[in-house]
Design a protein around this ligand. Structure first.
Ligand code: NAD
Length: 355
């Protein structure tokens, strides 16, 4: 079924709704973090179900020694979207975010933008939402405990997503920086989760049904070694998302059934960059549509090799767009030149001189 054109059209003045960080935080707090992640997860799952409708391409990166800046475009033929995002692991030491982002939606029929939004907060929500969509099909039944290694910006969003959508009741936290673990434990107090700070990655994964790795380091890191992963565990690996930036020992990959978003991108950026280019992987959308099986049995090790794909940002932007009319959490941005006579762009500039 073709998607309908987005209803929030540019006004006659061609103003574009803009969601600032301030307005995004207002929106998230009105809806509630966990409810918003659940809403975005539903949108992401629905879009995975209509995967063939999307234009897909690996994201376009600009690498440097310090990090990467990427553009992530997609379209369903009716609406076009893109995200600008960076990944700079050394930023934290400078007092900056590792990941920042903004994104845009536009109508395909006119090419006019219909929304511009901050996406640093929204990326954390959509990454957590994608993780739970995958885990719904891959995690062991009745999972209650999750290890979270890397307690930075993504950590609490991941924790709340798994609590809300999958019924996880305990998170075992570990970070090489105890201050990060203390921050996450404080933020997660009073959420209904039992929070267990751990002093090693080994302690964090012990007894966990799900292991989420969300560390940031621009190297082939080994956050998990083979002996740390047992039969039946589900690994939600989100920090290995760039060439030369991985988190898992290769031997874990060889023991796991691996699920990915979009193979042409994941083979470049994901954990599977460590494997042969034809190593078998399963596309998540085919599990969601029932064409392939997710978890088969209770002893299987499942790995969601998450890198983040453009359709997930598109889904998140559409979800936010759908809330704007009710919540009014946007301001109009004068970003499209709109002369009365479309051919008289020059005249419009001249008249502005006199005004
Ligand atoms: P962040 O910098 O805020 O936090 C990363 C944390 O990892 C820090 O607290 C750091 O101390 C910790 N860490 C680093 N090395 C570690 C190690 N060896 N063991 C334990 N902890 C370690 O970053 P973030 O915004 O939380 O992002 C985390 C990772 O997820 C990044 O690599 C980012 O690129 C990635 N990411 C992926 C997606 C996706 O869709 N897959 C989306 C967003 C972010």
């Amino acid at each position: 079924m073709k998607a309908k054109p987005m209803s929030l059209k540019p006004s006659p003045m061609a103003m574009v709704p803009f969601i600032s960080v301030d307005n995004m935080m207002k929106l998230v707090n009105r809806v509630g973090v966990a409810d918003m992640i659940a809403g975005i997860a539903a949108e992401i799952e629905a879009d995975f179900k209509r995967w063939p409708e999307f234009d897909k391409t690996p994201r376009v990166p600009a690498h440097s020694d310090e990090g990467v800046i990427e553009l992530m475009p997609t379209s369903d033929g009716v609406t076009y979207g893109f995200k600008y995002v960076n990944g700079h692991p050394a930023n934290m030491a400078r007092g900056y975010q590792t990941v920042t982002a903004f994104g845009l939606l536009a109508r395909v029929d006119t090419g006019y933008p219909i929304m511009l939004s901050e996406m640093t907060v929204l990326t954390a929500l959509r990454t957590a939402a994608t993780s739970v969509v995958a885990a719904k099909y891959l995690a062991p039944q009745g999972a209650k405990t999750m290890a979270l290694i890397g307690n930075g910006a993504q950590c609490e969003f991941q924790s709340l997503a798994f609590h809300k959508v999958l019924g996880i009741d305990t998170v075992q936290l570990y970070d090489i920086d105890p201050a990060a673990t203390a921050k996450a434990a404080k933020n997660l107090a009073d959420t209904g989760l039992t929070v267990v700070p751990c002093t090693s990655a080994q302690a964090a994964v012990t007894g966990a049904d799900i292991i989420t790795t969300c560390t940031a380091d621009k190297q082939y890191a080994t956050i998990l070694t083979d002996n740390m992963v047992g039969a039946g565990q589900h690994i939600n690996a989100i920090g290995g998302d760039c060439p030369g930036k991985t988190e898992l020992h290769r031997d874990i990959l060889l023991r796991s059934d691996i699920f990915v978003e979009y193979p042409p991108q994941t083979r470049i950026e994901g954990e599977i960059q460590q494997l042969d280019p034809d190593h078998p992987v399963t596309e998540l959308w085919t599990v969601i549509t029932g064409q392939n099986q997710g978890r088969r049995d209770s002893r299987q090790i499942t790995l969601f090799d998450s890198v983040g794909f453009a359709t997930e940002d598109f889904s998140a932007l559409r979800y936010v767009h759908g809330l704007l009319q009710d919540h009014g959490t946007f301001e109009d941005l004068d970003m499209i030149a709109d002369p009365d006579d479309p051919r008289d762009l020059f005249g419009m500039v001249q008249r502005a001189k006199g005004a």
